[in-house]
Ligand binder design. Structure first.
Ligand code: RNT
Ligand code: ZN
Length: 414
């Protein structure tokens, strides 16, 4: 008997349907963020990264143009089981020598990406870029007191929604358009209200245009602080959670955007009570919003468990959001994507129904026994099988391929 078969038998004893779990996992598209490939630089040559975020490290081989970034994405996806989405930022427009500013972006500036996605059966998610731009120099965009600057960013927000809708429609896979703005202050504000009022008005303007919900889902992402924006963030979590609930927009939770002792996993069931859908940026904060590569840790498993237990896999957009410039960038993608999938599989392989029934009966001793027992179930044998049947390298065999690519391609980039 293969390791898979014997593991399956063991799971069967607990009424866990392994085949069903594998099938469910195969149907989940995770959005792989393009920006891990080039340290959030984009293709505009706009100078340094701004907005209170930072990609730290100088590992060789980062992608310098669309061709390199697409080749690297291809390499990563060839090592990740299943079919996914790519998450783009507006700053990754391909303008073929005829640049326009961000308020004038159109779907055609992303045609290369759409063709790329179409030929690989990938979806696209989209993000307007409210940072790394001269008009974002003071870290105030949609809440800027200057009406002209605010108007520019409102127009950018509108353009992004149209681009996302077009991507969704063209690919036949609904696209998420996520708004995150860096807006905030380094030091204690004198007025916390007015900037939020302006942000609210700007969002109202952006969302006024009715687009096709079949192809476009809108989300907004809050934050607790940024680098150089330590004292006040206009778009706080409460701001967006309320705005989202009131306006029927998705609230996106970035796992790095809360106080270090807060858990996003615990917020998921609450949001699901009040919204049809939610969105996630799965990241790994280390003491701060450091955007480390996602690892297979307890909180990742807990997030996956909530999605599975709440039967919410069809109600969530899962995207990754990290940028580590200190290690091989393709390995970073592969590690993060495979870990997200591992966590989902891990959650799908728990006796969730039994555990919930035990809780209703207040049998907390049995719950603890079962939860602990499942930590040493042969989960890895099921995961390896999933990789095998999806024709991607099993265990860490993928790393040799990345190593070879590094030698042959990345190190030659100079
Ligand atoms: C920043 C937000 C935002 C960005 C990306 C590049 O703190 O997490 O989502 O990381 O859009
Ligand atoms: Zn994020």
């Amino acid at each position: 008997m293969s390791r898979f078969e014997s593991a399956k038998e063991l799971y069967n004893l607990y009424d866990v349907d392994v085949e069903n779990a594998l099938q469910t996992l195969a149907g989940i598209r995770i959005s792989m963020h393009c920006w891990q490939g080039d340290d959030v630089c984009g293709f505009e040559n706009s100078g340094s990264l701004s907005g209170g975020i930072a990609a730290i490290g100088n590992y060789p081989g980062k992608a310098r143009n669309p061709e390199e970034l697409m080749a690297d994405i291809d390499k990563a996806l060839s090592l990740i089981p299943g079919k996914h989405k790519i998450n783009l930022h507006a700053s990754y427009a391909v303008m073929n020598g005829k640049p326009v500013d961000r308020d004038k972006l159109e779907p055609r500036h992303f045609q290369v990406w759409i063709d790329f996605a179409k030929s690989r059966n990938l979806g696209i998610d989209f993000n307007p870029t409210f940072f790394s731009h001269p008009k974002a120099a003071d870290n105030l965009t949609l809440s800027n007191p200057d009406p002209a600057i605010r108007h520019f960013w409102v127009e950018h927000g509108k353009a992004a929604r149209r681009i996302a809708e077009y991507c969704g429609k063209t690919l036949g896979i609904q696209a998420l358009n996520n708004i995150w703005v860096p807006d905030g202050f380094k030091d204690i504000p004198a007025d916390r209200y007015t900037p939020r009022l302006r942000l609210k008005d700007s969002l109202d303007e952006i969302y006024a245009e009715k687009l096709d919900k079949k192809w476009l889902a809108d989300s907004i992402e809050g934050k607790v602080f940024g680098l150089g924006l330590e004292s006040y963030t206009v778009g706080s979590h409460e701001f967006y959670m309320n705005y989202a609930a009131k306006n029927n927009i998705l609230c996106l939770l970035d796992t790095g955007h809360f106080h270090p002792t807060e858990f996003v996993s615990d917020k998921i069931p609450t949001l699901l009570l009040f919204s049809e859908k939610i969105a996630l940026h799965v990241s790994r904060p280390v003491r701060w919003d450091s955007d480390h590569v996602v690892i297979f840790d307890d909180e990742l498993k807990e997030i996956a468990k909530e999605l599975v237990r709440c039967d919410a896999l069809n109600r969530v957009f899962i995207g990754l959001d990290f940028f580590d410039a200190s290690i091989n960038r393709i390995a970073a993608w592969v590690i993060g994507m495979r870990n997200m999938q591992k966590a989902l599989l891990y959650a799908l392989l728990l006796p969730n129904k039994t555990l919930a029934e035990l809780q209703e009966k207040s049998d907390f001793t049995r719950i603890l026994v079962t939860m602990e027992e499942f930590k040493s179930m042969p989960f890895a044998d099921i995961w390896d099988h999933f990789c095998e049947i999806n024709n991607v390298p099993v265990r860490d065999a993928w790393f040799n391929i990345v190593g070879q690519y590094e030698k042959e391609v990345l190190l030659k980039r100079g």
